[in-house]
Design a binder for this molecule. Structure first.
Ligand SMILES: *Cc1c(COP(=O)(O)O)cnc(C)c1O
Length: 434
């Protein structure tokens, strides 16, 4: 299968090229030229399939001709070796907990899949690769964990100074080895802009093989579609419309859900729930898309002012606002509403969400009130509540100690390089590293 650029100014490429390149030469994002429909037997077997097998079958429909079956199976089973339970909140609302992986955020799924695929293709090429990733918190740690000690790969994690939580920062800066942490004096958007410049820099790309591990990489998007199938299978209820509420920043997670829908999964609609960084909800209301600088909120992994996957969503909707609205209901919530939601869920449902999950729950509730009170809604819980200053004290009060994955890094020494928000300095650093 070939992948085309959303800017349509460069040639379609095969999967290996799209994976190792990240961003197309014309600055666009890669999209599959066609989206495979899953075969009849897949749907019959889905309700009794394990998460790992579900992932493998979905991946095979995209990558079957690019990677030997046994290899793909191993990569999928390895990527998905943690639980993603569906937990009931009330009659209409459930949550899919995606945070039981090594760095306790859903980004483990995409990062683990991508790192294993890159490891596989590089082992045949005898070439070194530099992976650049900008993070508002969870991407950096998931990518670092996924790539730690993968031979031939060096990872540069760009994080905005003082804008990731202390535990998230530890998860980025305590690896050493092939993981380099770079603190940038700027916002997440600045980090993302710098990362994009490195990918587009001809001189740098002549000297080194460079790619991105942000959700602009198609290899991160594909595996995030797996759990939509698995969640629908666990619910196994076909008579009420199924809606997913997705806490969104760069809209990779939601775009992956749209892929699952296109592959044939019966999803009625998506709720795109954001914090006050609300360019997509504004687009939903007004049909005008106006990227603005991001600002800081308590759900910091969604502090994005110009979501990179907006271009992919618009491709899927033929750049048509009406079609967007038919598939997506978008809404945004303030920090104050998010805090109230956290306490509401804890006091009334004995469930402690993290701030991102709380935004998704608010989206689910608004959808039930305003659009369709008969829907079956699954909101995605994208990170563990112990990772964030808002919810950590509540978690500690409940459980008394950190979960194992976080306990392990609590006292480790941090190490990182500080850089101004200045491309030439970053380029210098990358040019002359080996
Ligand atoms: C990255 C992230 C999000 C946003 O996901 P996108 O795919 O960028 O929309 C939501 N919640 C958490 C915890 C995250 O780390």
């Amino acid at each position: 299968m070939l992948y085309y650029s959303t800017h349509k100014q460069s040639e379609p490429v095969d999967f290996q090229y799209a994976l190792l390149k990240g961003l197309a030469n014309d600055g666009g994002l890669y999209m599959p030229q066609s989206i495979p429909k899953l075969p009849e037997d897949f749907w019959h077997e889905l309700p009794s399939m394990s998460l790992e097998e579900t992932g493998y079958r979905v991946a095979k429909s995209f990558l079957g001709s690019e990677i030997p079956d046994q290899e793909l199976k191993r990569i999928c089973y390895d990527t998905l070796s943690f639980d993603m339970p569906l937990v009931s909140i009330d009659e209409n609302i459930r949550t899919l907990e995606l945070f039981h992986g090594p760095t306790m955020a859903f980004k483990d799924v995409g990062a683990r899949f991508m790192s294993r695929l890159m490891g596989f293709f590089l082992s045949k090429k005898q070439q070194n690769l530099k992976v650049i990733v900008a993070t508002s918190g969870d991407t950096g740690s998931a990518v670092a964990a996924g790539f730690f000690n993968v031979p031939g790969i060096e990872v540069y994690v760009l994080f905005p100074r003082n804008k990731v939580s202390p535990l998230q920062q530890k998860q980025i800066t305590t690896w050493g080895g092939n993981i380099k942490a770079l603190e940038i004096e700027g916002t997440f958007d600045d980090c993302q802009a710098l990362a994009k410049k490195t990918l587009a820099d001809k001189e740098l790309n002549t000297k080194h093989l460079i790619t991105s591990a942000n959700s602009i990489n198609i290899a991160r998007l594909l595996p995030q579609s797996f759990y939509y199938f698995h969640a629908a299978a666990q619910l196994n209820n076909t008579y009420r419309p199924l809606v997913f509420s997705v806490p969104s920043g760069n809209f990779g997670n939601l775009s992956a859900g749209l892929l699952a829908q296109k592959m044939g999964l019966n999803i009625h609609r998506f709720v795109a729930a954001t914090n006050s960084n609300d360019v997509v909800p504004v687009y939903f209301q007004t049909a005008r898309y106006n990227p603005v600088p991001s600002h800081q909120t308590i759900s910091n992994a969604m502090d994005v002012g110009n979501p990179s996957n907006y271009a992919r969503m618009m491709e899927l909707f033929g750049n048509n606002h009406q079609q967007f609205r038919e598939n997506i209901y978008a809404c945004s919530f303030s920090d104050e509403q998010t805090r109230q939601a956290i306490h509401h869920l804890l006091n009334n449902h004995q469930y402690l969400p993290d701030p991102h999950g709380a935004v998704a729950w608010l989206g689910a509730r608004e959808y039930l009130e305003k659009e369709n009170n008969d829907a079956n809604i699954i909101f995605l819980e994208t990170a563990h509540p112990a990772k964030f200053p808002e919810t950590l004290p509540l978690y500690m009060k409940m459980k008394g100690s950190l979960p194992d994955q976080l306990k392990a890094i609590e006292h480790k020494q941090e190490s990182f390089v500080s850089l101004p928000n200045d491309y030439p300095e970053l380029k210098q650093l990358l040019m002359y590293s080996d």
